[in-house]
Design a binder for this molecule. Structure first.
Ligand code: IP8
Length: 257
């Protein structure tokens, strides 16, 4: 077996983002198949999409406890929705014979952002974690994004070769908003000095959209680890990205390159 690759399955890729709690089963199955064909040891981090962001937004869960609101049922409901989404992922992996174990972050992580606390769980097969509602020392609870999990796994685990962000709807980071973009607008190599007009559906998303992925990607890359963002709707691109072959997408370089 080769080295370790940490891959994020974006929430917008594996769910239909605008319809509450609906999975994109086709994409989940194709990503599971890709993982079964990979020669690498994998850590999979998946996002929330319509299983997390809508209710979290409505009940302002990213802000922590707000005394005037009744948020308790929403916390439980988002955690349970995320477990359901995770079950789709785990079932798809099992169906293609991938031995995987999932570790819900609210059971082991405290705090949000890149400096959350908690020992990163790891399994001898494929490790699976996901964005979640986690306990928080000051705010009581908050939203831990999968983008912060991929940063920490990529930089703290021994022997990580590469971090891959598989996203939905776009081929990588684009110079212009996706609706106006042609193939020439794909930024093949991005570093924090390069401006782009990233889409962030802040009316839906409680975490950071493509901007957060780019920022966390650059931090991973500062640690000497290759980072690539690819369109996860193309299984051959995802596999090539995992294996380190050249592929259509955006390579993320550190601010120092
Ligand atoms: O989609 C967000 O995780 P992300 C988690 O990886 C929730 O940013 C519960 C909204």
């Amino acid at each position: 077996m080769g080295g370790t690759v940490v891959i994020k399955w974006g929430g917008g890729l594996i769910t239909h983002k605008d319809q509450l709690c609906t999975v994109n089963s086709e994409v989940i199955q194709s990503l599971a198949k890709v993982c079964s064909n990979s020669s690498k040891r994998l850590v999979i981090v998946h996002g929330a999409g319509s299983f997390g962001h809508m209710k979290a937004k409505k009940f302002r869960l990213a802000e922590g406890r707000i005394e005037s609101m009744n948020q308790d049922a929403a916390i439980e409901s988002v955690r349970s929705d995320m477990k359901s989404l995770n079950k789709f992922v785990m079932d798809a992996l099992e169906q293609v014979g991938v031995e995987a174990k999932s570790f819900p972050p609210h059971e082991w992580a405290t705090g949000t952002g890149p400096n959350f606390e908690g020992e990163l769980p790891i399994y001898h097969g494929v490790t699976v974690v996901f964005g979640d509602v986690v306990p928080h020392k000051e705010k009581e609870f908050g939203i831990l994004s999968g983008d912060d999990l991929i940063l920490r796994y990529s930089t703290e685990l021994e022997g990580v070769e590469r971090a891959v962000f598989a996203i939905g709807g776009v081929d990588g980071i684009l110079r212009v908003p996706p609706e106006n973009a042609g193939p020439e607008d794909l930024i093949e190599e991005w570093h924090p000095g390069v401006e782009f007009k990233g889409e962030h559906a802040s009316e839906i998303d409680v975490t950071g959209g493509i901007g957060l992925k780019a920022a966390r990607g650059a931090e991973i890359s500062e640690n000497g680890i290759d980072v690539i963002l690819v369109n996860g709707e193309y299984p051959n691109r995802v596999l090539a990205a995992i294996e380190g072959e050249s592929v259509i997408g955006t390579r993320i370089l550190s601010g120092n390159s």
